[in-house]
Design a protein around this ligand. Sequence first.
Ligand code: HEC
Ligand code: HEC
Length: 591
Amino acid sequence: MLLLTSRKCVLPLLGIVGLLPAQEASPGIPIDHQLTITKCGGCHQRDANGMMRRLSYIRTTPEVWEEAIKRMVRLNGLSLKPEEARPILKYLSANNGLAPEEAKPIFWEAEHRMFRDQSDKIPADALQHTCNYCHTIGRVLGQRRTKDDYEKLITMHLGLFPGSENTLRPRRPSGPRPEQPVVYSAPTGGNPAVVGAPPPAVPVRADGKTPAEAAVEYLSSAQPLLTPEWAAWKAAMKAPKLEGKWMLIGYQQGRGRVFGTVTVEPGASPDEFVTRTELEYANSRKTLTRTGKSIVYTGYSWRGRSTGPKGTSSDPGSEPAEWREALMVSRDGNSLEGRFFWGGYQEFGIDARLTRIGTQPMVAGGSAFSLLSPSTTELRIYGANLPADVKPADFDLGSGISVKRIISKTPSVVTAEVQVDAKLTPGVRDISINRITAERAFAVYDKLAYLKVTPDANMARLGGVVAPKQFAQFEAIGWSAGADGKPNTVDDVPVGPVAARWGIEEFLATPDDDDAKFVGAMNDLGLFTPNIEGPNPERRKQSNNFPTNNWGDVWISATYDSPGGNALKARSYLVVTIPVYVRYDQPEVGQ
Ligand code: HEC
Ligand code: HEC
């Protein structure tokens, strides 16, 4: 019924979506790019002031622009070659983009970060349970429109995705409806059917508005088309000058710290670059070399891809054939920050920060998260342009810690023997070489008080037959009780990941379902690999007598025998669910 009602809307839709002559009262953003006008202007008419229908009233991220353009090709018959799509996407992202301040709070969307849920990212009740049902809230927060255009966006949803009516403009409260009589659908005796007029829209909100009205009202005031931030950025925007060498500091969950360099060379146009990344995982000393390409949209928004040497490892957590990059360039053009990511659900990634290497020495950080008091250890200190004549006295690691000798040195890493005195107060220290400092580079502790598994809840998806697996990475983080010796107080110090023994334990929700036997397996690095998808004949039958899947929910447990002798234990909750079988368009830019 809903489907039929909505289909009827499709013809008038062209008028409603604003492509047919109608007034477009609010001020917009002129479009003056010839290719965009040629390719899009046939339907999105341009007026004497350069305003194009729809296009002039939207600002958004490269991803949302790309998605809209793909839909124009898919549903509206637009024909576009890749070499035409690219400049249009670049133009729209620059002419109708987001200011860095507007993009920063939702950059996690471009970075494809995993969250256990996004409720804490939803700024207003008006968007809760309205705009985050089918896609992430990031897509909603990453756009700025006029009120009129938000209304058209709603119309597009209702027209193209009839199911959205249930969410945006529900016609009935949830719950059972009163019985309706069954009648024959045609007097000649068609199939019996429940017919009757659809019930009128009923308010599901206390204020009497439909969820769509509440969302539009909120969005048009909180995310208007024209903002001072955008006006300021558009005036300041310039082609980023990123050629040169960059120091990379990164962190990959489960693999630890990453140090390296990224060499950036000019690409085909001033906003395109060619990269060579060389990095080392500080824990394992494993090195990777990758080459890639990137495009910088809107003057600051880096989207890249990089590939490794052929025939790389079968370990899903490292050396993917390709990884993607979403980084934000700082306003001064001297640092970039974001994520390199890969995996069937982009669940693997390196949080990366790049800093331009000049002529001065730079200190990136150390190989250890923490040093035990007392102890003597080898510490590798990574950086750039490190002095060739560096001596123990040049180091400052705070009181009670001294460099005894330099074991080896190159311009990018110095290996030093470090002595940590007894009875040092637990806390976080810096690493300085001749007053050049990596802040909060490591912790000092005397014993571990407890363990925490991060994240404290996680999700994985069965896969491997038709769908990819979604892996889940855990870390066991050791904690010191801090100066006061009392655990769980503000001065507690995280001493970093420890090599725990991992296990899967039953989470008692359904009696005898033995989830722990079926969901998958943990390895020594805290990586959970889910089982395959589809029914498993080995598994207890459901009440309807169909074999069930390998899904379930379990505890992931970590056990660690700390040097002090006590065994520490902690756990996290893991839900293992089915693959995402229906995939809406996955907007990707930078191809
Ligand atoms: C053949 C006609 C046609 C052409 C050509 C066309 N469009 Fe559209 N466009 C539409 C229609 C119809 C809609 C309204 C329905 C929808 O949103 O899909 C629309 C809507 C849009 C929207 C609004 C979507 C939203 O997020 O609310 C954007 C943005 C857009 N078009 C961009 C473009 C760009 C960019 C081009 C040129 C590269 C283009 N269109 C070319 C027909 C066209
Ligand atoms: C019923 C599911 C559903 C709901 C609810 C929903 N969306 Fe969407 N939305 C989609 C789908 C599917 C697309 C992708 C369209 C495509 O493939 O081109 C989309 C695309 C978008 C886009 C990108 C625009 C474009 O041109 O593709 C924006 C912005 C957006 N939605 C905002 C919203 C807002 C705001 C709300 C709440 C008022 C909302 N969505 C609620 C399904 C939904």
